[in-house]
Design a protein around this ligand. Structure first.
Ligand SMILES: Nc1nc2c(ncn2[C@@H]2O[C@H](COP(=O)(O)OP(=O)(O)OP(=O)(O)O)[C@@H](O)[C@H]2O)c(=O)[nH]1
Length: 837
């Protein structure tokens, strides 16, 4: 019954059960009780309305926060719960990830004001999974339900199997936004204090008289012939700035008090005339001032802006119009006026029957009761009719059916009771039409928020676990890498240095030995591939020198190549050591270097720029593939006199000068020009003497020879002796050539290699070391990059996991707060206790 909307007050009205006798003998309560009841109802209504408004505001702010949290901190997930027969267990999946399902369980709320069910992880609630009673518990969204069916119009609807997380979150956000807009409307509706009471009934039943009685003034014309044919809507003049006025609504326009084009103004004194003259169905807005205090006035009651609509009497013509009018949403209450003398006409019965089906409760005023002699009998017969026409009205007859004399309201107890009951009834009906939808909506919405929060809590919980596991896995790896970085660095440096130095010393050893050997006239390197040419005889001495030169140069090439090969071996070792360092320090799962080291590719690149050096030194840098390729350089193969008689060697050896070793090739050639002539004979002498003679000795010998030539007798024997000596020397020279030429050539080559003062050997060493260092640097760089990349990757993983952890923790706390706030909102709105009848 109506009072159940306001359970916070113990109402003074008798309970329904006591009224069961009302059909037989209706026992009216004392008017004072009714008035007190009206005050209670009014207070309870205001209280409930305010609570609901606060709850709406709290929910609205919660939704605003949820939206911004979802935007900034958490992509909200939308769960789908598949029902499992006879159990509280649901299979939960998310629209963005339909394949991944997890079992959850519906749990009883921890708080009485929580949703009837929330979700929890199955593992934590195994004990309640087989509760058959729970099979029907709904785990569906109502307000925030997403319509995920899509497809061409008329075609088979296809379930959107998978949408992006973000798109789903957007859809949820849109639903939340839409529900906020809807709440604004509900709030406006609740706050809207206007309420329309339609007064209708049989012709001449006294409707206008009742309206006048309620207003306590003769505003509406009575006894009109023909009967009232238009709808007069009576408002408090306060709504028209306190001015009493009639607004005749322009035909075809929708009335707005703020739009002068929708009505024309007439004085209230013209009302009689307007009603009398009216031959068409107009509607009127009548603004009447009620000077009575708020607690007495119906129009001016301080709670609801009630307007009374005096409708035309029901007949076959007006019946339909009035029925349509009564059905309008803004009509909160229908007051049906019936004459006690006539009871219900057929039109009245028709209207009541339909109206009671559509609007459960009707307020019935049985008028002209003063005219009835046998009042009890009349009352009984009227109530019997009401019982048939509107049983629910009959149930509440004490509140809803009033037997009055509208022509004399002042001081009438029954009329006072009618007024109070009508006011309560208006408020009760408002509660039903305005507060209840808002209450239901809010209850459903908060339930959905709970469901969303608990599903997202479960997700946050799993993400937290995942993040912790990730951290446990990645953080130690990162820390280990940070700790070992220096070791790796040291290891790489030492491989680089050690192997480069090893290459250097190997090269040095090989080349030193090689140069010493050629200086002795031997091949730089003993090899089966090379042989010293055999001496072809003095007549082919020039070719012999060329061949020796070529063979020695080729052997130097071979020695260089040998040093390079050694460097390749050492470098390969170094590369393998770098790879081993990679195996040791790179974490699991990091791809090892795919570079394949090809030792044969070493020493194949021409130097980009070399400083100016002797042609040999330049050649040394020109072509690495075949050692130095010295033996293929035509310009280097050209033999010289010095290759045969190495005067320069003897001269420099004698003067102990380093001239020869230090001059350039041009100087070599100049020296050869001066000394070449002398070297032929003198070189022979010196060699013939078995030891190297000094220049002084040579000069002295020449002088003595000159003296002897000046002496006649001496000349006689000197010529044959001298000739003999020269011949012997020449013979010796010729005999020694096979051994002296290789030495001379070897020494020449050696000194030419060192020609520009830069030690050829150390240059070669540097070159070979550079190559090794280059390879090892590349290998180290590659490993360092891998290590750095892996460390960055692990760092990112750790940071990602840390962020995920803090996001999940924040989300868990947030969703717990959301749940608490839904509880608070329910409490504020009295939703847990406010139940519909
Ligand atoms: N004695 C008495 N006369 C009443 C009462 N109510 C109305 N009347 C009289 O009944 C007549 C009709 O009253 P109206 O108020 O004009 O009736 P109505 O229902 O508005 O008439 P229509 O709008 O024309 O259908 C008037 O003469 C009123 O004085 C009442 O409670 N007691």
């Amino acid at each position: 019954m109506a009072q159940t909307y306001f359970p916070t007050r113990k109402l003074a009205l008798s309970p329904t059960t006591e009224k069961d006798s009302s059909a037989a003998g209706f026992a009216p309560s004392h008017a004072a009780d009714i008035v007190a009841h009206a005050a209670d109802v009014q207070e309870a209504y205001i209280d409930q309305k305010n609570r609901l408004v606060s709850a709406i505001d709290a929910t609205r702010s919660l939704l605003t926060d949820i939206r911004s949290f979802n935007k900034d901190s958490w992509v909200v997930r939308y769960p789908q719960l598949a029902h499992k027969p006879s159990s509280l267990v649901r299979s939960m999946s998310f629209v963005d990830e339909p394949a991944a399902t997890r079992e959850v369980v519906l749990t009883a709320p921890k708080h009485p004001l929580q949703r009837s069910v929330t979700l929890a992880n199955l593992a934590e609630h195994k004990h309640i999974i087989d509760d058959a009673d729970a099979a029907d518990v709904s785990s569906e969204f109502s307000v925030l339900r997403l319509d995920l069916k899509m497809g061409p119009a008329g075609g088979p609807a296809a379930l959107v199997s998978q949408l992006e997380k973000a798109s789903i979150a957007n859809l949820v956000d849109e639903r939340v936004q839409a529900s906020m807009t809807h709440m604004d409307k509900l709030r406006n509706r609740i706050e809207d204090t206007s309420s329309k009471v339609l007064v209708t009934g049989d012709l001449n039943a006294g409707k206008s008289t009742l309206v006048n009685a309620l207003l306590r003034r003769d505003a509406m014309p009575v006894d009109q012939q023909p009967c009232t044919s238009l709808f007069c809507e009576v408002h408090d003049a306060a709504e028209n700035d306190g001015v009493e006025e009639v607004h005749v609504v322009t035909e075809g326009k929708t009335y707005s008090i703020n739009d002068e084009t929708t009505f024309s103004r007439r004085p209230v004194s013209d009302l009689d005339k307007i009603v009398t003259d009216s031959d068409v169905h107009h509607s009127l807005k009548v603004y009447i001032a009620d000077s009575r205090p708020q607690e007495q006035s119906l129009l001016h009651n301080g709670v609801v802006d009630i307007s009374l609509i005096d409708a035309p009497g029901l007949n076959t013509d007006s019946l339909k119009t009035t029925a349509v009018f009564a059905r309008q949403e803004e009509i909160d209450v229908v007051v049906f006026v019936v004459s006690a003398e006539n009871h219900f006409t057929l039109s009245a019965q028709d209207f009541l029957w339909n109206a009671s089906n559509e609007k459960a409760y009707l307020f019935i005023v049985v008028n002209k009761y003063d005219q009835i002699r046998d009042k009890e009998r009349c009352k009984r017969r009227v109530l019997e009719q009401i019982k048939k026409l509107s049983p629910r009205t009959w149930d509440d007859a004490e509140d809803l059916v009033h037997f009055v004399d509208s022509s004399a309201p002042e001081g009438s107890e029954s009329f006072g009771k009618l007024e109070s009951a009508l006011r309560s009834f208006v408020l009760v009906k408002r509660a039903k039409s305005k507060l209840l939808p808002a209450t239901t909506y809010l209850t459903n919405l908060l339930g959905d928020v709970d469901l969303l929060a608990s599903a997202n809590s479960i997700v946050a919980g799993s993400e937290l676990e995942q993040a912790k596991a990730d951290l446990d896995r990645t953080r130690p790896v990162l820390q280990k890498m940070q700790a070992e970085r220096e070791h790796l660095e040291d290891g790489l440096e030492s491989v680089e240095d050690e192997r480069t130095n090893e290459t250097g010393s190997r090269t040095k050893a090989i080349l030193s030995a090689a140069l010493n050997r050629i200086a002795e006239g031997d091949l730089a390197l003993a090899s089966s591939k090379l042989q010293m040419p055999s001496y072809p005889g003095v007549l082919n001495i020039w070719e012999y020198v060329a061949d020796v030169r070529k063979a020695l140069l080729a052997s130097v090439d071979l020695a260089v190549k040998h040093a390079e090969d050694e460097a390749r071996v050492i470098t390969t070792k170094g590369v393998n050591e770098v790879a081993a360092l990679g195996d040791r320090y790179l974490p699991e799962g990091v791809e090892r270097s795919k570079r394949v080291f090809m030792p044969e590719a070493m020493f194949t690149r021409p130097a980009k720029s070399a400083p100016r050096r002797s042609s040999l030194a330049r050649a040394a840098n020109a072509q690495y593939g075949l050692g130095l390729g010295l033996a293929n350089r035509a310009d280097l193969l050209e033999p010289t006199f010095a290759d045969i008689f190495d005067v320069q060697h003897y001269v420099s050896a004698h003067f102990g000068g380093e001239h020869g070793a230090k001059t350039g090739k041009e100087d070599d050639e100049a020296a050869l020009g001066v000394l070449s002539l002398a070297s032929v004979g003198v070189g022979a002498i010196t060699v013939a003497g078995g030891k190297a003679l000094g220049a002084r000795g040579l000069v002295e010998a020449a002088v003595r020879i000159g003296d002897m030539l000046g002496n006649e007798s001496t000349r006689k024997w000197l010529a044959p002796v001298l000739g003999g000596l020269v011949l012997a020397g020449a013979a010796y020279l010729v005999l020694e050539l096979p051994t002296s030429v290789p030495r001379s050539v070897g020494r020449r080559i050696r000194s030419e290699l060192d020609a520009d003062g830069a030690r050829w050997e150390s240059e070669q060493r540097e070159r070979v070391m550079r190559e090794t260092r280059k390879v090892l640097r590349l290998a180290s760089w590659d490993l360092r990059e891998r290590f750095r990349g892996a460390m960055e990757e692990r760092g990112r993983e750790v940071r990602g996991a840390e962020e995920a952890q803090s996001r999940a923790e924040k989300a868990l706390a947030w969703f717990a707060e959301v749940t608490q706030r839904t509880v608070d909102a329910r409490e504020i709105g009295g939703l847990g206790t406010f139940t519909a009848a």
